[in-house]
Write a protein that binds this ligand. Structure first.
Ligand code: CAA
Length: 259
């Protein structure tokens, strides 16, 4: 596949695919084409057994400065409804494989929302997160009011959404939005380290565990526990579960095949 606004490497490291946003002049502003490209590559990689984990980054300078304001400026409610750009985001959210966002520099508006659509965020010391849509007469539309509130709690989310204030990587970590803050030079290496840890596990267990954690947002505790239990039982239908437990008993490293 040839892409205009992203760079992809399906073999960045063993079992790790890398997607790099590539609209540097526009601070990686997320136009519709760019989002479709991310969707398409994730769709393809979801079917590729060689890829177990995906890293999504914007590079060292900027993650993404939001949805493309120039593309949206003259839109009407009905043209937006017709384009239905957020169905692309819904498809990205349905990716079965884990996605790590490696965020450096601005992650604003749709950029912050894209990072939150991923499964976990590792940030560099220069990362700044914000939902500044309020400054341009609108509000978050790609999950910002929902995912940010769930991640950092109501007060901070409300302040960010209503004032447009950016938070630093350190504040984002304290609030629970990002898992770790590292120097910019090692951001990608850190993301790879985490990706490798995940890639060494059973892909079946990883998929079911990701599904179960995400389900915690979607349902009641009781339904979530039932869902988790079914997925837990399902792992026992895999060869990987047999291999994992046998390897533990035999005091050796497991060799997971994704079967
Ligand atoms: N859309 C389109 N173009 C953008 C952009 C965006 N979101 N953000 C930056 N750019 C463009 C600028 O227009 C500029 O282009 P030109 O060189 O052609 O003028 C270029 O990228 C560089 O930007 P700046 O000169 O503004 O760079 P800066 O370092 O002075 O400021 C910034 C950086 C603070 C991030 C500033 O660019 C900014 O405020 N950007 C907009 C942030 C924003 O409001 N994001 C929310 C968008 S709406 C949204 O995302 C809706 C949603 O929920 C889906």
């Amino acid at each position: 596949m040839a892409f205009e606004f992203i760079k992809v490497n399906p073999q960045y490291d063993k079992h790790i695919g890398l997607i790099e946003l590539n609209r540097p002049k526009e601070l990686n502003a997320l136009n519709r084409q760019l989002m479709l490209e991310i969707r398409d590559v994730l769709r393809e990689w979801d079917e590729d057994d060689n890829i177990r984990v995906v890293i999504l980054t914007g590079g060292e300078r900027v993650f993404a400065a939001g949805a493309d304001i120039k593309q949206m400026a003259d839109a009407t409610a009905i043209s937006m409804l017709g384009i239905d750009q957020f169905s692309t985001w819904d498809q990205i959210k349905k990716t079965k494989k884990p996605i790590i966002a490696a965020v450096s520099g601005f992650a604003l508006g749709g950029g912050c929302e894209l990072a939150m659509t991923c499964d976990l965020i590792i940030a560099s010391e220069t990362a700044q997160f914000g939902q500044p849509e309020i400054n341009i007469g609108t509000m978050p539309g790609a999950g910002g009011t929902q995912r940010l509130t769930r991640a950092v709690g109501k007060s901070l989310a409300m302040e960010m959404v209503l004032t447009g204030r950016f938070i630093t990587a350190e504040e984002a970590q304290r609030a629970g939005l990002v898992v770790r803050v590292v120097p910019v030079e090692v951001l990608l290496a850190e993301a790879v380290k985490t990706a490798k840890q995940i890639a060494a596990k059973s892909p079946i267990a990883v998929r079911l565990a990701k599904e179960s954690v995400n389900n915690a947002y979607e349902t009641t505790l009781d339904e979530g526990l039932q869902f988790e239990r079914k997925n837990f039982y399902l792992t026992f239908a895999s060869e990987d579960q047999k291999e994992g437990m046998k390897a533990f008993v035999e005091k050796r490293a497991p060799d997971f095949k994704g079967r």
